[in-house]
Design a protein. Structure first.
Ligand code: B16
Ligand code: MG
Length: 219
């Protein structure tokens, strides 16, 4: 029986991907790297330094920067990103997600956050959702990022449940892979083909309700 709900942040609770994109594109332009949709998609759910490596590799420039220079680029990206994050308000919660959180809380589900973002507490604060998430996995404590299951295993432990008693909500293929490798139920939100490894996929957040999940799981 499922008693825990583990949430990804970007793409599930709110659309911060557009801010990550805007901030990374500024860095890519600065160092002369072209941008494309496949590169953008591959950055979803991936940690900050790993994302920078993917961007530099895309431009065949991974050998051209020292570790110190890479850290400066990542810091600069984060400054752009935070300026954008601080424009978020509760109106930026994706449709239906606050209702889902309310329903879960009211029915006694334990809730945790499994986001690769080191800025997750600030994003939750700006959205007015801090009270729903007393359990946020700190990505700085992780040895491996998504698609490794580590963050989802830690999230289940934070709410004192075995992984098999948890469902994870994810918009990224790397995240769905992590949830499945953790032996949790995967609820994908987004493209049915991209997220085909999930147990259930919803195209839009407003369709993600407990009754819909139960219906889909019983089919
Ligand atoms: P930060 P999620 C991820 O969030 C984003 O999808 C990914 O694009 C970003 O690089 C990563 O967080 C790290 O974010 O730079 O704020 O630490 O989808 O795991 O909630
Ligand atoms: Mg995400």
């Amino acid at each position: 029986q499922i008693k825990g709900a583990i949430f990804d942040l970007d793409g599930v609770i709110t659309d911060t991907a557009r801010f990550h994109t805007q901030a990374w594109r500024q860095i890519a332009d600065q160092v002369g790297i072209s941008w494309d949709d496949a590169l953008q998609e591959s950055l979803k759910g991936i940690g900050r330094m790993a994302a920078l490596e993917l961007i530099l590799k895309h431009g065949h420039l991974e050998q051209n920067f020292t570790q110190g220079e890479k850290e400066r680029l990542a810091t600069e990206k984060n400054q752009h990103y935070l300026a954008l994050v601080d424009t978020l308000t509760p109106a930026d919660i994706l449709p239906g997600m606050q209702a889902l959180l309310d329903d879960l809380a009211q029915k006694g589900y334990r809730i945790a956050l499994a986001s690769a973002s080191k800025n997750a507490p600030r994003v939750l604060q700006n959205l007015g959702l801090t009270a729903y998430f007393p359990n946020v996995v700190d990505p700085a404590t992780l040895t491996h990022g998504k698609p490794d299951p580590e963050i989802f295993v830690k999230a289940a432990a934070s709410i004192h449940l075995p992984p098999a008693a948890c469902m994870g909500f994810e918009d990224a293929a790397a995240g769905v892979a992590g949830i499945k490798a953790a032996d949790e139920v995967a609820i994908g939100i987004g493209d049915k083909c991209e997220l085909r490894a999930a147990d259930v996929v919803f195209t839009q957040t407003q369709d993600v309700t407990l009754p819909h999940i139960q219906q889909a799981m019983n089919r």
